[in-house]
Write a protein that binds this ligand. Structure first.
Ligand code: NAD
Length: 282
């Protein structure tokens, strides 16, 4: 293993990312010398396709790995030399490991979400899941839900085409699972029948206030999972918890993604609870 790890994150508008303190504190606790740098395409004045040049330079400069975020996760699929099978199936890479001159692409978003379901919603039913939002985060959550054994999955997006596209992709990857789409106006029918609802739109973030569906539609005991993690307590999480629904905030997915990345990069076993506690204190 390297005496000193240099890892980075490439994306747009990532100056306030919590990844550096999250990775560095856990690596330090594991006794590793580890540095996490931010390469913000906007600050660097570079267009997204320049991720290829940044990766080549990072490899040349001796980086151990690079996390990848919006808007480069799909682009990087075409750039790497090798793809982890799940990243290939998902069509998105959020971690590139520099392995003896080869760029190997992984996806730890879906792993983070799957682990968050296991840890954060113990005993929950996944018979009928409705997912609202079918963008980048939604692709990872849908994949994780189906890999985790969800029964029926119904996908909704204000841009109907995105729901259709994700549904088609998931049907081809998980042919034995019924994956359907919810038409415009159809959430009022779908949500009351769901054992749980996943929210994967930006609504609830500081600059995107609001909720994407009415929690009063939920059946008693139905769980709610929000991918938004800034703030951790979104309007949706607060309203659902107030009504007694089991809730999973977006923090566990964010920590789970970092946990899985750190594990792949270093081969060491991070302490998930310690990372979780640290994240919540940031
Ligand atoms: P995105 O733009 O790729 O996708 C968002 C999707 O939501 C789009 O398809 C859009 O059409 C849809 N949408 C918007 N408003 C809607 C509404 N009212 N009803 C239904 N659909 C609607 O964005 P993204 O990258 O998927 O990010 C979404 C959120 O997930 C952000 O808040 C991001 O910070 C968060 N996120 C969290 C994690 C985590 O680890 N917890 C990981 C990735 C992203």
């Amino acid at each position: 293993p390297p005496a000193h790890y240099v890892v980075g994150l490439i994306g747009e508008g990532i100056g306030a990312s919590l990844s550096p303190p999250l990775h560095e504190a856990e690596a330090a606790a594991l006794g590793l010398s580890y540095e996490y740098r931010i390469l913000d395409l906007i600050e660097l004045g570079l267009p997204a396709p320049d991720v290829a040049r940044l990766l080549a330079k990072a490899q040349h400069d001796g980086f151990a790995a690079m996390n990848i975020t919006h808007p480069c996760k799909q682009l990087v699929v075409e750039i790497v030399d090798e793809l982890d099978p799940d990243a290939a199936r998902l069509g998105a890479v959020n971690l590139v490991v520099f392995d003896n001159g080869r760029l190997v692409g992984h996806n730890t978003d879906w792993i983070g979400y799957r682990d968050s379901l296991v840890a954060g919603l113990p005993g929950a039913s996944f018979d009928r899941v409705v997912q609202v939002g079918c963008g980048g985060a939604g692709a990872a959550t849908a994949y994780a839900l189906l890999a985790h054994g969800a029964g029926r999955l119904a996908l909704f997006d204000v841009e109907q085409g995105r729901a259709e596209e994700l549904a088609a992709r998931m049907r081809s990857l998980f042919p034995s699972h019924p994956v359907e789409t919810v038409p415009a106006g159809g959430l009022t029918d779908a949500i009351p029948r769901a054992s749980g609802v996943v929210h994967a739109t930006p609504l609830g973030m500081l600059h995107h206030p609001g909720v994407a569906f009415d929690v009063a539609l939920l059946q008693p005991g139905a769980w709610v999972s929000d991918v938004v993690y800034r703030p951790l307590e979104t309007e949706l999480v607060r309203a659902a918890a107030r009504r007694g629904h089991p809730v999973l905030d977006g923090g566990r997915m964010a920590v789970g993604q970092a946990y899985a990345s750190l594990h792949i990069i270093t081969g060491r076993m991070p302490d998930r609870d310690r990372m979780e506690a640290h994240f919540r204190a940031l």
